[in-house]
Design a protein around this ligand. Structure first.
Ligand code: EPS
Length: 352
């Protein structure tokens, strides 16, 4: 989907490490590792996170593409070590001699990738599905997006996010999460991400796959557990046109609006107003109080597999969404103002 800012990630949840190679970052961009690590820390936090987050202290290592804090135009490689690998070395070994049936499982978790994944990839051990479908991989995706955010920031584009609702709670989120945890259950929720100071005209209306709202929706919807994505006012379907559309006025020689129901996008393009994206996350499917399911080996009804899980990860999800959206925005930014170096892009951007 991305054209100028492209990346691939690799790594299993309990494997040695998570890796990303980003291609297309022009030379001369300042990359601050501390700022990436700060985002990784934010992704690990939030009330309701589980045991794994007590083990990991996610930090990134940059192994290519940067010298003395600035990109040099070559691919940038990011690596996050999985501390938990120490406890899974034999189970996650690449060596066939280390094979053991211990830790394999066949009781699929409804709501997770286990069932469809096992059929698609012809795997009887559901660990082979769990390991990559786990939301653990969002750690390295957050790191990639953090680089994108830093690039956007160098042009004054900044982002923020907040939780709107956890389960049915609009205020006292923590007690809602405590109750779910005590009952061995899980919770989803809703969050909002805002990007400000975007230039007019990122994206396009000329083809369906160039509409930036479509790209953002794909980027956010593909975060594990996200089920809805909205841009702007989600009550649009029941509003009259006269109330929904954001009227335009002139103030001090500039075009201004008194509302932003469009959420910063009109005609598949940014319109200069803040980009406002809301998304909802379903409850996490891995639960201490397991759901009824089927053991794919015995074909008997049983209880779903459980090792450990988070009760709620909506706060983490909002940080991941910031990153995903940043990747789309920097890609569009480079399509419009791209060049081989930061200086070249800055010149184009100033002339906009
Ligand atoms: C996660 C790491 C995982 C889970 C969680 C997210 O670690 P582990 O499987 O070792 O507990 O805590 O992922 C899921 C619950 C899931 O179903 O995908 C992380 O780093 O965010």
């Amino acid at each position: 989907m991305l054209d100028k800012f492209r990346f691939l990630t690799a790594g299993e949840s309990h494997g040695k490490c998570l890796t990303a190679i980003i291609e297309g970052i022009p030379a001369g961009f300042e990359i601050d590792i501390n700022s990436i690590n700060e985002d990784l820390k934010r992704r690990q936090q939030g009330y309701g996170r589980g045991g794994r987050m007590k083990i990991e202290t996610d930090t990134v290592e940059i192994t290519s593409g940067v010298r003395f804090g600035k990109t040099i135009g070559s691919p940038v490689t990011l690596v996050i070590q999985n501390k938990d690998f120490e406890n899974w070395q034999k189970i996650m070994s690449v060596n066939p001699e280390d094979y053991t049936e211990e830790k394999s499982f066949t009781q699929c978790r409804p709501g997770h990738a286990d069932y469809a994944g096992s059929i698609k990839y012809n795997q009887s051990d559901l660990r082979n599905i769990l390991e990559r479908s786990s939301a653990r991989k969002t750690a390295i995706e957050t790191a990639v997006g953090s680089v994108a955010k830093q690039m956007l920031k160098q042009f004054g584009i900044i982002c923020s996010s907040k939780i709107i609702q956890i389960g049915t709670a609009k205020e006292d989120f923590n007690s809602e999460i405590d109750r779910a945890r005590e009952e061995g259950d899980s919770l989803g929720g809703k969050f909002e991400v805002v990007f400000e100071n975007l230039p007019v005209g990122l994206g396009s209306y000329v083809h369906w796959d160039r509409m930036i709202d479509g790209k953002i929706a794909q980027a956010v919807m593909s975060i594990p557990a996200v089920k809805t994505v909205t841009i702007g006012n989600h009550h649009c379907y029941k509003m009259r046109g006269s109330k929904y559309h954001d009227e335009m006025f002139i103030q001090d020689g500039k075009i201004v609006r008194n509302s932003n129901n469009a959420g910063g996008i009109e005609g598949g393009m940014t319109n200069g107003e803040p980009l406002v994206v809301t998304a909802s996350m379903k409850p996490i499917p891995t639960m201490p109080k397991p759901l009824k399911t089927v053991d794919l080996k015995t074909m008997q009804e049983c209880q779903a597999h459980f090792e450990r899980s988070d009760t709620c990860a909506v706060e983490a999800c909002s940080v991941i969404a910031e990153s995903r959206i940043a990747c789309v925005l920097i890609d569009e930014f480079l399509i419009k103002f791209g060049g081989d170096s930061f200086e070249e892009i800055s010149r184009k951007y100033c002339r906009k």
